[in-house]
Write a protein that binds this ligand. Structure first.
Ligand code: URA
Length: 234
């Protein structure tokens, strides 16, 4: 890899600032000062030091975030802070949310810079189960709850769509609180499913995606790297 590119990949420097740092004599290659931006280096073997700090390429990263409300899953800056603003890692903007949560939805959000892994998690073909807990505006119990459970199990026609939702699992934790497990990721799917059932979601939280569960040690806004087992589960 070219030395200026290596510097811009491993630090917050842009390519032109990397060239300037080289010109200013801030970089050594294997212990010798180096100024030529076009020098080709072996990214595994060569030792590149910028102002005393050894630089290394970051590998692929896999993150679990406990998403708080009022934070957006977009790359562009807008009305709300972005989820990547919560990840204090170099080059955090390279991390992509693996599927999106609405701005008011809380809970498990995965982020990665591994596009193939992300595709395995989100591809409809893989039918990965996502578990949500919804706080409902209207209580559902007795026959109404049973009717809703059956509707969800059979598949519901959502407003403006041509195919019913895939069979899903609904479980009532309390009259105003339900756990819904779905294997698709249609637009606002959980909220629209409850609208189709004559209710309204007041708050929504994602607990798990496949075998990856949000762990209790993460307060809203906190994140951790996935374990090798969690990564391998997809
Ligand atoms: N379904 C929704 O309606 N919203 C989300 O954020 C996720 C799933």
């Amino acid at each position: 890899m070219r030395l200026d590119r290596f510097l811009s990949e491993t630090t917050p420097l842009t390519r032109s600032l990397a060239k300037r740092a080289l010109k200013n004599g801030e970089v050594t290659l294997n212990g010798e000062p180096i100024k030529q931006a076009a020098t080709h280096i072996d990214t595994q073997e060569d030792v590149v030091v910028l102002n005393g700090a050894r630089l290394a390429l970051v590998g692929l990263r896999y993150i679990m975030l406990n998403k708080p409300a009022d934070v957006e899953c977009t790359a562009r800056r807008g009305l709300y802070p972005r989820v990547i603003d919560l990840i204090d890692l170099p080059k955090a903007e390279r991390l992509q949310p693996v599927g999106r949560l609405d701005v008011d939805t809380t809970g498990l959000l995965l982020l990665t810079d591994d596009g193939q892994w992300s595709h395995r998690v989100t591809s409809p073909r893989h039918r990965c189960a996502k578990v949500y807990v919804a706080e409902l505006a209207e209580p559902m119990e007795g026959d109404v709850a049973e009717w809703a459970i059956n509707q969800v199990a059979e598949g519901i026609m959502l407003d403006g769509e041509e195919t019913p939702t895939q069979p899903a699992t609904l479980r009532f934790l309390a009259p105003h609180q339900a756990e819904l497990t779905i294997t698709e990721g249609r637009y606002h799917q959980v909220k629209r499913m409850f609208v189709a059932l004559g209710n309204h979601v007041e708050a929504l939280h994602r607990r798990s995606i496949g075998d990856i569960e949000l762990t209790d040690d993460l307060a809203p806004g906190e994140w951790r790297e996935l374990t090798p087992e969690e990564i391998a589960s997809f």
